[in-house]
Design a protein. Structure first.
Length: 354
């Protein structure tokens, strides 16, 4: 794709917005977790553009489909002009609990605008960018339980889709025996420590033991978002080539400014929150030869396909955390799509065909 941002190829796309609508999405995922998101629908010139707001996990009165704000979005724009205008608006009635939710909501509206602009132009994203979608390798992101972790969620998914691979959320409650049992499957590409989510470290000794066991048992796996603690940095000193960061990465400037000098980047479009910043991240990783893989935030609708499409264009052959949403159910159905996903962008717009 070269090492320059491709944003200029999109920035000047004409965009006509006549209305904005909101649709509720809901599902019950693993561990009976109720997930709600909102489809954002921008309408104009007989077409519609979709994005997905992932900022509210459970309905609490602040989801877009609950508040249905009347945002001043109507008018004739360029895509860049619309995004600049969006940055001047208050998208939340009150500041959200987690500041990153501002980026999540902004991404929903910018991605809907991109979809609408492309559909009004009668062109698909890959055509405008000059890139060819490739088959997308994916992993299923999964927890094994906090208090009584078990390998059973992994086994259920392997039974449904024998070739499935995983990104697992590590817990200090993992026993050495469980670590070895999971490692024996040979199906884990990434271990996510979630060390930058603000969770309290209740037992530093158990956490250190977890890192020792994981580093030894998964010698080829990416080690994502390790805890920013001296004793953890010491353990990871000889493994920096497989340390990756997700939570701290919200712009190209954040790459290389992480606590450890990691090379690998989990590119999460909704966390970055802006088309311009997203393409700057892609460009910097390309310039510096940094491995990338994609990530999501439990999308239930069009947003999942959008991150699958971006993975197909920018980092297809990587452990992308973009598994089809059915993998996130507690007991996934049979007949799950296998990795890699064949490229299936829609004929126009910023969408992955269902």
């Amino acid at each position: 794709m070269g090492d320059e941002s491709l944003w200029p190829r999109l920035a000047s796309l004409p965009l006509l917005v006549e209305a904005c609508e909101y649709d509720r999405l809901h599902a019950v995922l693993a561990y009976e977790f109720e997930r709600s998101t909102t489809h954002v629908r921008l309408v104009g010139a007989g077409a519609d553009g979709l994005g997905e707001d992932v900022s509210v996990f459970r309905e609490d009165g602040t989801a877009l489909h609950e508040t249905r704000p009347q945002l001043p979005l109507e008018g004739e724009w360029t895509l860049a002009g619309f995004c600049d205008h969006l940055a001047t608006l208050e998208l939340w009635p009150e500041p959200p609990e987690w500041p990153v939710a501002l980026n999540f909501r902004n991404w929903a509206l910018e991605s809907a605008a991109l979809d609408l602009a492309l559909r009004q132009a009668g062109r698909p994203l890959h055509d405008v960018l000059g890139l060819e979608p490739q088959p997308v390798r994916f992993v299923n992101s999964l927890g094994l339980g906090k208090e009584q972790p078990s390998i059973e969620p992994v086994r259920r998914r392997i039974a449904r889709s024998p070739g499935v691979r995983f990104k697992l959320d590590a817990e200090a409650t993992w026993s050495p025996a469980l670590v070895d049992e999971v490692a024996a499957t040979g199906a884990v590409d990434t271990i996510d420590f979630k060390g930058h989510y603000g969770f309290e470290v209740e037992d530093p000794e158990a956490l250190g033991a977890l890192y020792d066991h994981v580093i030894a048992a998964f010698p080829d796996a990416y080690l994502e978002d390790p805890h920013d603690l001296p004793e953890i940095a010491q353990r990871l000193g000889g493994h920096l080539d497989r340390v990756s960061y997700d939570s701290p990465i919200r712009s190209a400037e954040d790459i290389g400014a992480t606590p450890l000098a990691a090379r690998v980047v989990n590119v999460k479009p909704s966390r970055i929150g802006s088309l311009r910043r997203l393409f700057e991240v892609y460009a910097r990783c390309a310039r510096e030869g940094r491995p990338m893989y994609g990530g999501g935030m439990g999308e239930l609708g069009v947003g999942r396909g959008q991150i699958e499409l971006l993975a197909a264009l920018f980092h297809a052959d990587a452990p992308n955390d973009v598994a089809p949403s059915a993998y996130n159910e507690d007991d996934p159905p049979g007949g799950l799509p296998a990795s890699p996903l064949a490229p299936c962008p829609e004929a126009t717009g910023f969408r992955w065909a269902a």
